[in-house]
Design a protein around this ligand. Structure first.
Ligand code: C5P
Length: 329
């Protein structure tokens, strides 16, 4: 029998390397990136709807206003795309619980879209292959295929072509969020503006992922990984939000008692900042240090997450609570 409710977890991502090439004729930049999924997750609950598809939201108050709930919501676009693909209506109601900061450079919206593809496919038992889902995901956004795949993957093209890479071990991250998101197109436009400046070299036409980063991941060495982190969009994000540089510097420096982060960078197009810790104890120390740094600076939050985790995936639906039976004598 068809299940009535499906729950799907949607993980955030960070780009461990974001090599940005030149602007292509289709308006996108060619990328060479390494995506990595974090245990910071939104959650979708999907059920068959009687009327047209709809989405409702719960989560962090200040963030939610920025998310559209109409047909331009990426979750509904994913549901409509799947319906178009199979050639019939798939009415669905989706409750979206947001934990990933909105417009934060962590692919929250893309991951919700990937989770919607997984959820609607299961809810209607469509029998769609993984390869088909990945292709549909690419049409929804450059980051959506990775959000389906999860783990760690090299991304090429405009980011939509993904290939898993082997990694060892687990990593621990501190994230500093910002209450005001950055628009991805605006950050890419700033990247173009900075590179139009004669003093800056032209971006590579075909950027590449450095071998040392893949080696660090294969060995599971957080120190080597920390030294390899790089984001070509960082100068553009910092140009739009100069105040982020101070927080990055404070996390890198640490204090007399707390060693600095092994690596620190803007996540994707920002403005979320990520800091790599050496081990769980160091992650806790760094989080407390950074909480002190951003205290009183208005709505910034400090979160911690481990990685890598699997991509958008089904969660068990917990049964409704039942009363505890009386003990029998
Ligand atoms: O693919 P997605 O819809 O997430 O991209 C959002 C915007 O980000 C694009 O419209 C484009 O302005 C910019 N972008 C880019 N190059 C990429 C990915 C995104 O310029 N590789």
């Amino acid at each position: 029998m068809r299940e009535r409710v499906i729950r799907v977890a949607a993980p955030a991502k960070v780009n461990l390397h974001l090599g940005v090439g030149q602007l292509r004729s289709d308006g996108y930049h060619s990328l060479a990136t390494v995506y990595h999924a974090l245990a910071l997750m939104d959650e979708l609950e999907l059920s068959v709807a009687d009327g047209p598809s709809s989405v409702s939201m719960t989560g962090h108050g200040s963030d939610l206003g920025a998310v559209p709930t109409g047909d331009d919501n990426l979750v509904l676009r994913a549901a409509h795309l799947l319906a178009e693909h199979v050639g019939r209506d798939l009415p669905v109601h989706i409750t979206l619980s947001k934990r990933i900061p909105v417009a934060g450079g962590l692919a929250g919206g893309s991951s919700d879209a990937a989770a919607a593809l997984v959820g609607v496919e299961r809810l209607y038992e469509l029998g769609i292959s993984r390869a088909e889902l990945l292709e549909l995901a690419g049409r929804l956004g450059s980051d959506v295929p990775f959000c389906l795949l999860g783990g760690t993957a090299v991304g090429s093209g405009r980011g939509e072509l993904v290939e898993s890479v082997p990694t060892a071990g687990e990593y621990g991250w501190v994230m500093v969020t910002d209450p005001v998101g950055l628009s991805t197109p605006a950050v890419y436009a700033e990247f173009d503006r900075l590179h139009a400046d004669d003093a800056k070299p032209e971006p590579e036409p075909e950027p590449v992922v450095p071998h040392t980063l893949l080696e660090a991941l294969r060995r599971g060495d957080p120190h080597q990984l920390g030294a390899c982190l790089r984001n070509d969009l960082q100068p553009a994000a910092l140009s739009l939000r100069p105040e982020l540089a101070e927080v990055l510097a404070a996390g890198r420096a640490g204090t007399r008692e707390v060693p600095g982060a092994l690596g620190a960078l803007v996540s994707g197009s920002g403005p979320t900042l990520v800091f790599l810790g050496a081990d769980p104890r160091h992650v806790g120390q760094l989080a407390r240090h950074l909480r002190g740094v951003v205290q009183g600076s208005g709505g910034r939050r400090v979160l911690i997450a481990r990685s890598p985790v699997q991509g958008a995936h089904r969660q068990p639906v917990l049964p409704a609570a039942e009363p505890v039976p009386e003990p029998t004598r």
